[in-house]
Design a protein around this ligand. Structure first.
Ligand code: NAD
Ligand code: UDP
Length: 311
């Protein structure tokens, strides 16, 4: 059945792929974005579709529209961007959640929150399971994002308990792919752009910290599957690819894939940079019947092809 779907942050990296997927599934899509990190270019190919609508709006302010489902993705995701204006980042997460939950409550709409593996901070449990409460520095430079997202989760569960709202909380782990912003500052886009330009690859710390990278099509599949679960399934639920590698290995991989002459340039490790990160996705496997299918090598090839056209 065709639904009217709101995607906040729909002009961003993940949001634009999600809008595309929902349109392909035959839904009407309202993309709401303030274009802080998202771009018109990300959604330009969707504008001619009569089922697609774009609205410039900041989710920190109330929104009055009529929809059946809400995907709340609005929030800068790159540490460089979310630390640029930390107060605004917390406002986006917290006021944004309150406004979108208020909208969902009025409409009795299902609402999905794009939460994050950052709620685990620098985790002492590995791989991370959903019942782990995390290890977040309350007042460090990443706190605006981490605590903002944690508070948003709290709000989601309170609206669920207090107002019987149908909620879905996705804890998204590092996701990559085409339409990441070239100046986004995140590791995959940085390394690919640097390698393609023949510039030094900026590895922070000794490069022994790990991440587990999920290709964007896999992630979008999981978000849609989660939205379509029965009311009892609220999450939080980890969504990511459990293939864990070090940042140094990622750098070497990207250099090899691009046939680049770039050398590694070592930089200090940013404060509170998590040492290890890898999702336990048992819950996603059992509740959604989902697991990622795109190998890192294949996803990186697609990403390299995208940035090759761009730079
Ligand atoms: P992105 O920066 O590309 O997209 C975020 C979008 O939100 C942008 O289009 C931006 O302009 C918009 N936005 C920001 N503040 C807004 C506001 N106040 N009002 C309206 N729009 C606003 O990032 P992304 O990687 O696509 O991330 C999307 C969501 O997924 C975010 O909520 C992020 O926290 C979450 N997430 C992403 C990852 C990842 O690895 N990509 C990991 C964990 C969580
Ligand atoms: N990183 C790096 N070089 C860069 C950008 C990031 O070595 O140019 C490292 C960063 O310190 C972190 C990892 O790569 O350990 C992932 O960083 P990213 O900003 O992509 O996301 P995070 O998972 O830290 O939110």
């Amino acid at each position: 059945m065709s639904k009217r779907t709101l995607v906040t942050g729909g002009a961003g990296f993940i949001g634009s792929h999600l809008c595309e997927r929902l349109l392909d599934d035959g839904h009407e899509v309202l993309c709401v974005d303030n274009f802080f990190t998202g771009t018109r270019a990300n959604i330009a190919h969707l504008l001619a579709n009569p089922s697609f609508e774009v609205m410039r709006h900041d989710v920190c302010f109330p929104l009055y529209v009529e929809v059946d489902e809400i995907y709340n993705l609005a929030c800068p995701a790159s540490p460089v961007h979310y630390q640029h204006d930390p107060v605004q980042t917390t406002k986006t997460s917290v006021h944004g959640a309150i406004n979108m939950l208020g909208l969902a409550k009025r409409l009795r709409a299902k609402i999905l929150q794009a939460s994050t593996s950052e709620v685990y901070g620098d985790p002492a449990v590995h791989p991370q399971t959903e019942d782990y409460a995390g290890n977040v520095n309350i007042n460090g430079p990443r706190a605006c994002y981490d605590e903002g997202k944690r508070c948003a989760e709290t709000l989601f569960f309170d609206y669920h308990r207090q107002h019987n709202l149908s909620i879905k909380v996705a804890r998204i782990f590092n996701t990559y792919g085409p339409r990441m912003h070239p100046n986004d500052g995140r590791v995959v886009s940085n390394f690919v752009v640097q390698a393609l330009k023949g510039e030094p690859i900026t590895v922070f710390g000794e490069g022994n910290q790990t991440r587990s990278f999920c290709y964007v099509s896999d992630l979008v599949e999981a978000l849609v599957a989660l939205m379509n679960t029965a009311n009892e399934v609220t999450g939080p639920i980890n969504l990511g690819n459990p293939h864990e590698i070090t940042i140094k290995q990622l750098a070497e991989h990207v250099v090899a894939l691009t046939n680049s002459g770039s050398k590694i340039d070592w930089h200090p490790l940013p404060q509170d940079d998590p040492t290890r990160r890898c999702p336990d996705i048992s819950l996603a496997k059992s509740k959604l019947g989902w697991q990622p299918t795109v190998q890192l090598e294949d996803g990186l090839k697609e990403t390299v092809a995208y940035f090759r056209d761009l730079v």
